[in-house]
Structure formats: C-alpha cells, structure tokens
Design a binder for this molecule. Structure first.
Ligand code: ZN
Length: 192
C-alpha cells in the first residue's frame, strides 16, 4: 500500500449471509505450500479492499481452517492456520460486525481474553494471549471456520431485528456497502 504499485483487484468477493459455504465446518490445512501462500495473499487483498479487520477462508468460499487479520497495529497482516482456542476468560460487551453480514453490528457479550494456538505460514506453532478486540476477532473467525455466523451468537431479539433488516435490504436490493446499524441486546436499533 502506498508504495507506488498499482492497486490489485481483490481476488474474491466476500460471501454473505445465506451462502451455504458459510455453514460448513472447514477442514484442517494439511499442506502449507505455494498454493496456500497465494490464497493468503489474495485473502489479505480482499480484507483490505473490504476494509475488514479479518477474513476467514470460508468467507471467500474456501473450506479450510485459516484466517487473515490486521488490527491496525505495527504488525501488519497476519495469518493463523488451524487455530484452536485453549482458554477463554472474562466478559466484554462490544458492537461486533461481520463482512458476511454487511452493515449490521450487534452488541455481543463474549469472553474478554482468549489464549489461541495455531500455525503461522512457516508451519511454526504460535500461541497468542489476546484480549479485547484481538480476542474477540479470534473467537469470531474461529466460529467462521466451524460454520457459524455472529447471528447465532446474538439474543433472539437481536436476531429478529437483524434478519428483518437483511430481508428488507434483499427485497430492495440495497447498496453494496449499506449504512451501518447497531442492534443492542434488546433488539433496539441505532442508525450510525
Ligand atoms: Zn465474520
């Protein structure tokens, strides 16, 4: 970025709610090879194009257990392969969104801290003690790998309100990047 090269076209369209690939349990990555590295590069391009914090492989139609992320810190884009949550602790409420459920944010309580292990692109085991946003992102992305969306983590009132908005937008064929709406635990809606 900003290095004078032409911006690349994003390799993938993000799969959205209703796409069956988002409901499949993704398979373990068995080979960290050139094809996987190319996939990771393309997922990173797609993540930046969509202005997302993270993209899991199923969101680009690939049923493999990996995701990429960039928390806007000094580490740049990161990849986590075959991630496993070892420990969760605490509680934290946060307005959580998902590129596969565009424009909707839900106030969701989840564990605040997460200890996650997985592999990096060199096949080395990494263990990350994460908190707040990073811990939230790990939980969210690993759920994608298990075939779950945040719509399954919300309260019944939130789910009802969220699905109603999604239906309305499908009927009207809304914009590609719809306006942001935050849905609280009681299903109350605040336009951003
Ligand atoms: Zn997501």
């Amino acid at each position: 970025m900003g290095d004078g090269t032409l911006a690349r076209m994003p390799a993938f369209a993000i799969r959205t709610y209703g796409d069956p690939v988002l409901r499949q349990r993704a398979a373990e990555v068995t080979d960290i090879d050139a094809a996987l590295r190319r996939l990771v590069d393309d997922m990173i391009d797609t993540m930046y194009d969509a202005s997302g914090l993270a993209v899991a492989a199923p969101q680009v139609g690939v049923e493999r257990r990996l995701f990429v992320y960039d928390l806007n810190d000094d580490r740049g884009p990161q990849v986590m392969i075959n991630p496993v949550i070892e420990e969760l602790d605490g509680e934290w409420a946060y307005d959580e969104g998902c590129l596969s459920v565009p424009g909707l944010y839900f106030t969701i309580r989840r564990p605040k801290d997460a200890l996650v292990r997985g592999l990096d692109l060199d096949g080395n085991e990494v263990r990350i003690e994460a908190t707040t946003l990073e811990a939230r992102m790990f939980q969210h992305e690993i759920e994608h790998l298990d075939g779950h969306l945040l719509l399954e983590r919300v309260t019944p009132a939130q789910r009802k309100a969220g699905l109603r908005i999604l239906r309305e937008r499908q009927v009207t064929g809304g914009p590609r990047r719809p306006p942001t709406v935050v849905i609280d635990e009681d299903g109350g809606i605040a336009d951003d």
